[in-house]
Design a protein around this ligand. Structure first.
Ligand code: UD1
Length: 422
């Protein structure tokens, strides 16, 4: 079975490039369903999740062509063959749910099985449904032979004002895409403000949408009759960049993370600095220098953007296990995002979990073990811990890691990590 083998590594050194953002490219691909004209996305990362989204677009009737060397994907959804998403694809990737808004807006209906993906909590879709209903769609949920499903119908969506009880990324994306073709004006109060939302709004605006306020606490969308084709380059992956920042820190190395936007990782920079890591902008990238002084504990609490990202919490926790003093980690975004703790403890991290709060004692003498990537970012955290642990760490269930990291082992190896795939 595929696994990643990591051995204790010296300080990582050199330069690493972040790839295009996984969480940005998935909704961008879904947005191509909103027009019958061709769209071209550049800076696309080579990831399992991207492949799944392309297969989904193909099943719905779009022509999809990828050019790996140019990191480009061209999609033309000239006609939508079916507006019902196949269960096997949706079950393997939760982000498939973002196809629902475009399908509903373009065809007047959409059917999507209840999604799968990383098992980090229940991850309901009530806010997506609330948004579609506010836009005038008739939404039904139920069970069929494949499990749960949600379907929606509306001859033409109608703009509306709505408030999201939680600033959900996926719900904001779905509503923004649906509202782009609705009749009249939509206002989303308390939307997600993540950079991936801004990237999607920029792409939709290039397609002829009229969206303002993406990245703030209110988004205003003037619906238009039709959208056209457009070209767009995906923003760099701030979570992948953050993972490399922590790889430098956990090995006490000095790494330049390139092709990234430092203003997208402000909380990660701030928290690394609090522990004593030296971080500065260099040649448009970020230099992470953890070679000097004693690194000390700090506390982190995850929050929607611009707060500390939940997608970096596991990797940061692995790092905190190695510094002087004890730290507290509080997870507020997902109710079940501590599955990496049991695995890190197999490596002697000694972390204690109480509800959504974890106590990390620090100064752990980490030792290699056989561990399981329980989800995507947990897998990254275990690899980082493996770089700092005595002996050999074998990480299994690495399909989670392949979903969201482009050539993670190759990139770490170039920085000097002792890592290989089995
Ligand atoms: C996206 C990211 C994921 C990241 C997460 C939070 C993608 C493909 N994935 O996931 O990597 O960890 O944002 O930054 O972009 N919720 C509800 N009802 C809903 C929707 C969400 O209660 O209808 C809850 C979820 O259960 C969760 C929280 O809101 O507790 C955040 O979820 P959301 O922001 O929607 O995350 P995703 O879009 O699934």
């Amino acid at each position: 079975m595929a696994a990643i083998i990591v051995e204790k590594s010296d300080r990582l050194e050199g330069t690493v490039q972040a790839s295009g953002s996984k969480n940005a490219v998935l909704p961008l691909l879904a947005a191509t369903l909103l027009t019958d004209e061709p769209c071209v996305l550049g800076g696309v990362p080579v990831l399992k999740d991207v492949e799944v989204m392309c297969r989904l677009l193909g099943c719905l009737g779009a022509e999809v062509e990828g050019d790996r060397a140019a990191a480009q994907i061209r999609v033309r959804a000239k006609a939508i063959r079916t507006n019902v998403a196949p269960p096997e694809l949706v079950k393997s990737m939760r982000a498939s749910i973002v196809a629902m808004g475009p399908l509903l807006a373009r065809t007047g209906g959409a059917g999507v099985p209840l999604p799968g993906g990383c098992a980090i909590g229940d991850r309901p879709i009530d806010l997506h449904i609330k948004g579609f209903r506010s836009l005038g769609a008739k939404v039904e949920t139920g069970q069929d032979e494949n499990g749960g499903f949600v379907s929606a119908e509306a001859r033409r969506l109608k703009g509306a004002e709505m408030y999201l009880d939680f600033a959900s990324v996926g719900a904001t994306e779905n509503i923004m895409m649906a509202a782009a073709l609705a009749e009249g004006t939509t206002i989303i109060e308390n939307p997600a403000q993540e950079p991936e939302i801004v990237d999607l709004a920029n792409f939709l605006n290039k397609m002829g949408a009229r969206i303002r306020g993406a990245g703030t606490d209110m988004i205003r969308i003037e619906g238009v009759e039709k959208l056209h084709g457009a070209e767009h380059s995906v923003i760099p992956d701030r979570i992948e960049a953050g993972t490399f920042m922590l790889a430098a820190a956990i090995t006490r190395g000095s790494v330049l993370v390139d092709n990234m936007l430092p203003n997208h990782v402000v909380p990660i920079i701030a928290k690394l600095r609090e522990t004593g890591v030296y971080v500065r902008e260099e040649f448009g990238g970020l230099r992470i220098d953890a070679t000097r002084g004693t690194l000390r504990a700090t506390d982190i609490k995850t929050l929607p953007y611009p707060g500390f990202p939940t997608d970096i919490q596991p990797q940061f926790m692995a790092y905190l296990a190695t510094v002087l003093g004890s730290s507290t980690v509080i997870e507020t975004v997902f109710e079940n995002r501590f599955m990496h703790i049991d695995e890190l403890n197999l490596m002697n991290a000694g972390i204690e979990e109480k509800g959504r709060r974890a106590s990390v004692p620090g100064e752990a003498a980490l030792r290699g073990a056989r561990v399981r990537a329980t989800d995507l970012r947990a897998g990254a955290a275990l690899i980082l811990a493996g770089l700092a642990a005595e002996g050999k760490t074998t990480v299994s269930d690495i399909y989670h890691i392949d979903r969201g990291y482009e050539d993670l082992t190759g990139k770490l190896k170039k920085l000097g990590a002792k890592i290989s795939r089995l």
